[in-house]
Design a protein around this ligand. Structure first.
Ligand SMILES: Cc1cc2nc3c(=O)[nH]c(=O)nc-3n(C[C@H](O)[C@H](O)[C@H](O)COP(=O)(O)O)c2cc1C
Length: 128
């Protein structure tokens, strides 16, 4: 199964988790600030980000909107904020409407306990 990890991170929390997931998955984590559109076909895309000022980062929304269901088998979400449920729900809705299945369970690391979640993030990346 081909996996990929893409994330948006302003302060570094999501980046730390993305890199741990990628380590577990055996791939490189790529920031969507460096890659505006997914450029390969993947079976499973790990996609992560956080809300800022009550809404998901516009960069993450724009990236998700550009994902093509022909390119992505399914998506696993991860996030690092206190109140990220809205962001997760919004991403599930946006991707679901495009015909991209999103796994029900997502990975959550509280922004104040990132280091303590690194090992679990690695395991999330290893998950079949
Ligand atoms: C300017 C700013 C606004 C934020 N607004 C929210 C918010 O509305 N809701 C929330 O749950 N977290 C909010 N946060 C917390 C971030 O989502 C959280 O710190 C997250 O881990 C940041 O991820 P990053 O380090 O990958 O950028 C905010 C953080 C900043 C810096």
């Amino acid at each position: 199964m081909k996996k990929a990890v893409r994330y948006f991170s302003r302060l570094g929390n999501t980046k730390t988790i993305a890199e741990a997931i990628a380590d577990g998955a055996g791939v490189q984590a790529v920031s969507i600030s460096d890659e505006k559109e997914l450029e390969e076909h993947v079976d499973l895309l790990y996609l992560g980000g956080a809300p800022y000022a009550n809404i998901m980062a516009p960069e993450l929304k724009a990236y998700a909107e550009k994902l093509d269901p022909k390119q992505v088998g399914s998506v696993r979400l991860f996030t690092t904020s206190n109140w990220s449920r809205r962001t997760v729900l919004a991403l599930k809705k946006l991707l679901g409407e495009k015909g991209i299945p999103v796994e029900e369970d997502y990975f959550y690391a509280h922004m104040l306990h990132i280091k303590g979640r690194v090992e679990a993030a690695r395991a999330f990346g290893r998950k079949a």
